[in-house]
Design a protein. Sequence first.
Length: 288
Amino acid sequence: MAKNLAAKTQGDLLVYDVNKAAVEKFIEQYPKAKPAESPADLADKASTVITMLPEAAHVQSVYASLIDAIDQESLLIDSSTIDAESARSLAKQVTERKATPFDAPVSGGAVGAENGTLTFMVGAPTEQDFEKIKPTLALMGRNSIHCGANGTGQVAKLCNNMLLAVSMIGVSEALLLAGRLGMDPKLLGAIINNSTGRCWSSDTNNPHPGVIPTAPANRDYAGGFANKLMAKDLRLAMKAAFDSGTTPILGTTAAQIYNDLSTMNDYGTLDFSSVYKVIQCSNKGETV
């Protein structure tokens, strides 16, 4: 996302990360970008601040450190995936400083981030506020959708990722069944991608090696969207479901599977399509 901003933005770009080496490497590649000393330093100098962090606690920590540096001209866009209540709480803190908050989680994975084709699901105070950040989001994504008030962007993301997890497990089971019944799973993958079973888990991030050349399955599931992050998103979705009195049967099963996968040997950092490998081994009675 930062690379696309550096390549396309006409204004100044400030970057900050706790990993100093990553910042230095980024600036070497994109000299127009400048390092910020801290989140507060960045917020003091930039009118638009974009954050992308692993969990709500990290977002809360960063916002606590920069809150005194923002003013009524500041636009704060958080693209992390966190729970809706945390997003609403952060939004309240920002609006108390007369600044404008947005929760804008993304869909599209590492490939979408690299290619600038992400979809942004945006919670914003008003439609007019949403319009203010659309040009910035367009530098990093293909689509941006106003989901409603603050927090609704996170609702959309958690529901989407719950479905994504279910579909990945379903595609994996279908391909495994094809192999067991004597059919080439790669051929079935091609058929699915031209049939009613087609979905992102099949046509873009297919879990069987050889079906989609650019998918993580072709590099031993390295890169992509890590199992531990999918497990985290599903925990958030399950909590939201519980709080709302909803019982998602398939979502609950997917959450259990990815929670196990995230703590299994070296699987935590592998792409979530590696669930195919685990299902394949378990059906053979092998130890993963």
